[in-house]
Ligand binder design. Structure first.
Ligand code: ZN
Length: 305
């Protein structure tokens, strides 16, 4: 788990516990409540012992304990508190803000990771969603409706045979819009997704290139290990010698080997992609077995009134 996420979980846990401790200290500052509380604790311990020994007195103790709780609750009400206020109110009741539920990563920790990745992708607003799609703006609404449906289906399947998706087409044909919809849907489905422009990815590659050996891994960690990597506008970034092609290959190859998906949009044609990035990268981007190539052919949507 990333340190940033651990810190958030720890803060949530500590602040819930602090509030509970403060409430309890306040309640115990009233001698009447303190007496009640100590008695209730004692009965609770007796009850636990009786239950463990399967003793016949357990039933009576249980009754006594719950009536003490009732008295406590009534007293606390006069101080505008409840019994629940004396216990930590965790942000996530499933994992008590530990991030682990049933030995696995809790949904709340996953959500934090995705929020973190979304912040990394530089969105200053929520990315678009499939519900916002308007197909009437397309020259061929039917084709695009089915294309969007197909992509929505893909985002909902965890184990699709198709690993990589390449969206080819001119600027202004709605590729970025579709990528954002897919991002939103993937996050909604709890998939760890990183969205980046090719330009930003190039900056990450450059940082990786110049980083000292022991820091390199952390620079590329998110790019290599997120479940779905979305690269917008591949081909628009400057080509850096010994950087762009090498690390794009490294990224695509590692992700394919690990069975992770990459979605790419580009204004380039498949032939232009091959010319620009070379055969090795191209073969990781487009091969018939695992990859889907979609062509966006529509006149510039942004020019349409
Ligand atoms: Zn949780």
């Amino acid at each position: 788990m990333k340190q940033e996420i651990k810190d958030i979980l720890r803060e949530r846990r500590e602040s819930a516990e602090l509030v509970a401790r403060k409430n309890l200290a306040y309640a115990l500052s009233f001698p009447e409540f303190k007496k009640l509380y100590e008695e209730e604790r004692e009965v609770m311990i007796e009850l636990a012992r009786a239950l463990a020994l399967d003793s016949s007195g357990a039933k009576a103790l249980k009754k006594k304990h719950s009536s003490l709780l009732e008295v406590e609750e009534a007293y606390l009400k006069t101080k505008e508190l409840t019994l629940g206020d004396l216990k930590p109110k965790y942000f996530c009741s499933k994992c008590d803000d530990t991030g682990i539920f049933n030995g696995r990563e809790c949904d709340c920790a996953r959500k934090l990771k995705n929020d973190y990745l979304l912040k990394q992708s530089g969105f200053s607003r929520a990315p678009r969603a499939f519900e916002e799609s308007n197909f009437s703006i397309f020259d061929d609404p039917k084709y695009f409706t089915s294309l969007y449906e197909k992509m929505k289906d893909w985002t909902q399947k965890r184990s699709s045979k198709i690993k990589n998706i390449v969206l080819c087409g001119n600027t202004g044909t709605g590729k970025t819009f579709l990528l954002e919809c897919m991002l939103t849907e993937l996050i909604k489905n709890g998939r760890l997704t990183l969205y980046t422009t090719a330009f930003n990815l190039g900056q990450i590659f450059l940082k990786y290139h110049v980083a000292p050996e022991d820091k390199k891994q952390s620079v590329l960690e998110n790019v290599l290990s997120c479940e779905v990597l979305i690269i917008d506008d591949l081909g628009s970034e400057p080509m850096l010698r010994n950087v762009t092609e090498e690390y794009l290959y490294l990224t695509l190859n590692e992700r394919l080997t690990s069975g992770l998906s990459t979605i790419i949009s580009t204004n380039l044609t498949p032939e232009e992609l091959k010319d620009r990035y070379g055969e090795r990268v191209f073969s990781r981007l487009i091969n018939k077995n695992q990859n889907l190539l979609l062509k966006f052919e529509n006149r510039d949507l942004r020019l349409k009134p």
